[in-house]
Design a protein around this ligand. Structure first.
Ligand code: 99T
Length: 209
């Protein structure tokens, strides 16, 4: 019998869902969560998800008492409070604000990359806006440059919440923009990502359509 008491709205293509899955793997809590797979896009809403998360976005986590948590940052931090191991996100002090900021920057890469995906995949080709797409790519490039120049030593120390976010962002770039070429411009990140990609949690959660 399943010991799952929580239900996660899940899509294997979503890097935000992957963050949650990585936290579950890394903290050995997989058995607590039942996965409810759905397909969702801004133009293809899911009514059950909309009822649980008015923003209509994945991931959302339904708890045993019926309450629903969203978005990925809230869910990841909630799950990080349910295990007895070393927290993936520091509970207090300067380390906490630093980790939250790096995790937020990784999410900014994801936000830009998902906007690019929707602009190029959902919007009719004759209405796509190149200047806007280029501006989103610039956000990704500036953020990767920051990680390469200012955060590599921290990333190497521990696969924590910020590292999980960045790993999902790099994996998503490979998945949706295989021609992106970030490895040539950011060799330190490429080396770090090659290593963390071998973690069982990463190998178990490849993005798929
Ligand atoms: O925007 C929508 O209506 C549906 N999109 C989503 O649910 C995406 C799935 S990634 N999720 C988010 O944008 C969540 C962002 C939120 N800040 C969080 O949870 O952290 C799908 C990517 C793809 O299919 O390529």
């Amino acid at each position: 019998m399943s010991a799952a008491t929580m239900t996660l709205y899940h899509a294997a293509a979503s890097p935000f869902v992957r963050k949650v899955m990585l936290v579950l793997h890394e903290t050995a809590q997989l058995e607590r969560v039942h996965l409810q797979s759905i397909l969702v896009a801004p133009t293809k809403p899911n009514l059950a998800l909309n009822a649980d998360n008015p923003a209509g976005k994945l991931p959302a986590l339904r708890l045993a008492d019926g309450n629903v948590l969203h978005d990925s940052r809230v869910i990841c931090e909630y799950l990080d409070h349910l295990h007895d191991g070393e927290p993936l996100l520091a509970r207090q002090g300067a380390a906490r604000w630093r980790s939250l900021t790096l995790a937020s920057l990784a999410d900014a890469i994801l936000d830009a990359a998902v906007l690019i995906r929707y602009e190029t995949f959902l919007r009719p080709a004759d209405r796509q806006w190149e200047t806007w797409l280029a501006a989103q790519q610039d956000k990704i490039e500036r953020s990767l440059t920051y990680f390469e120049q200012h955060a590599l030593s921290e990333l190497r120390q521990r696969f924590d919440m910020a590292a999980i976010g960045l790993a999902c962002a790099l994996g998503y770039l490979d998945f949706r923009q295989p021609e992106h070429g970030w490895r040539e411009r950011h060799p330190g990140l490429a080396d770090w990502y090659a290593q963390v990609s071998q973690r069982p949690s990463m190998l178990a959660t490849p993005p798929t359509n």
